[in-house]
Design a protein around this ligand. Structure first.
Ligand SMILES: [Zn+2]
Ligand SMILES: [Zn+2]
Ligand SMILES: [Zn+2]
Length: 388
């Protein structure tokens, strides 16, 4: 809707840019090869990958480049104007991939990424994106912390121990009861947390948080695969599909909800939604066919907590770790979220807690049987010998 960039000067739009400055990431980006300014890749299919263009890379030596999140831009009616202004403000080459609902912009440097998102903000271009790798945090779970220890208490204790902790969240099982596991977000460098084996006198285990199988849904616009923290799209109501945030919804309770994704009479975060199921099916198919190693790298794809009251010193909306599996932003609006969406992570956690108990029980049982084996055999012998 904002294809005419009102804040962009004619100079920006019409003249070759001679004022581009290379800043801090110069060493990390490829040499500025000649751009073909008039060859946008408009009609390619979206591969769903987070590919950054490499066609202009220098072949002489490998260069370390930071991974730049793609930016999905919506409702561009004047493509030429959009393309020209983006070309003028960016330094490196970029590519545009046409996806079903948006243009996917792949930029090649962090500087260009920042410039572009700033430009989109200023010109009110609608977009969503993902977290920059440098802003990612370390996400772990701490097991065996009794449920009566509060998040605040754990948070304070971790701070006492000089961990740079951002948030502590008590996890819940599928019945919304707290379990003895907390999720903790820390600064990226806090890897010593993995050596922690006691906390508040409890013997604990610290592990990287597991990847989520759930597809994140934005609580601002109800679209999938991104979260509200990186959403610059207009709000769409989870309850009535109206163009407002759900907190402003005035739908009377006796009026059925309406899903903005499929138009059926359920809230947009209902996991039985046909739209969600279709996305889920496609995604799983792609995952098995294109990415056999998915899930190996635990620290890269981290689900968000099924939170109750996260204790945090910042907006804990979500840290995501890959572009495609960003986290699941649960605020207070998930009353309709099906249990399939929330229970996987906790089911596993629950089983992990339960398994040692079962193990112990079975071992003790076996010992008892072995101890009493002579008695049992004796009684069997008596029976077969035809006692009177
Ligand atoms: Zn969104
Ligand atoms: Zn509404
Ligand atoms: Zn639906």
């Amino acid at each position: 809707m904002h294809s005419n960039n009102k804040n962009t000067s004619p100079r920006d739009l019409n003249l070759p840019d001679t004022s581009k400055k290379r800043t801090s990431s110069a060493a990390l980006t490829p040499p500025h090869n000649s751009k073909n300014r008039f060859s946008p890749l408009l009609n390619l299919q979206d591969t769903g990958e987070t590919n950054n263009t490499t066609e202009n890379d220098s072949t002489q030596q490998p260069q370390v480049r930071p991974k730049i999140p793609p930016i999905y831009v919506y409702n561009i009616s004047d493509y030429e104007n959009f393309h020209t202004s983006l070309d003028n403000i960016t330094f490196d080459n970029f590519s545009i991939v046409n996806t079903k609902s948006a243009l996917k912009i792949n930029l090649n440097s962090i500087d260009d990424y920042r410039t572009a998102t700033k430009h989109f903000d200023e010109t009110e271009i609608e977009y969503h994106t993902y977290q920059l790798p440098e802003n990612k945090q370390l996400s772990v779970v701490i097991r065996n912390l009794p449920v009566n220890i509060t998040e605040a208490c754990i948070y304070n204790e971790l701070q006492e121990l000089k961990f740079e902790v951002a948030s502590v969240t008590r996890l819940q099982n599928q019945f919304k009861s707290p379990i003895p596991i907390v999720a903790v977000l820390l600064s990226k460098s806090s890897t010593e947390i993995f050596s922690l084996n006691r906390l508040l006198h409890c013997i604990v285990i610290v592990e990287p948080r597991k990847p989520s199988k759930d597809i994140p849904q934005c609580t601002n616009c109800q679209r999938f695969s991104h979260t509200k923290k990186f959403c610059h799209l207009p709000s769409r109501c989870v309850k009535c599909a109206g163009d407002h945030h759900y907190s402003q919804c005035q739908k009377p309770t006796d009026v059925p909800p309406k899903c903005v994704n499929c138009n059926s009479d359920h809230p947009a975060n209902y996991r039985g939604c046909t739209f969600y199921k279709e996305i889920s099916r496609t995604k799983n198919k792609n995952k098995t066919s294109t990415n056999p190693s998915h899930g190996k790298n635990h620290t890269n794809t981290i689900p968000h907590a099924n939170t109750q009251n996260t204790h945090s010193n910042q907006d804990n909306t979500n840290m995501h770790y890959t572009y495609a599996s960003a986290c699941n932003s649960n605020s207070n609006n998930n009353n309709y979220r099906g249990k399939s969406a929330k229970s996987t992570d906790n089911d596993n956690d629950f089983m992990k807690t339960l398994l040692p108990l079962i193990n112990t029980f079975v071992t003790q049982l076996m010992q008892k049987i072995i101890q009493n084996l002579p008695v049992i055999i004796n009684s069997l012998n008596l029976n077969t010998n035809g006692a009177p």
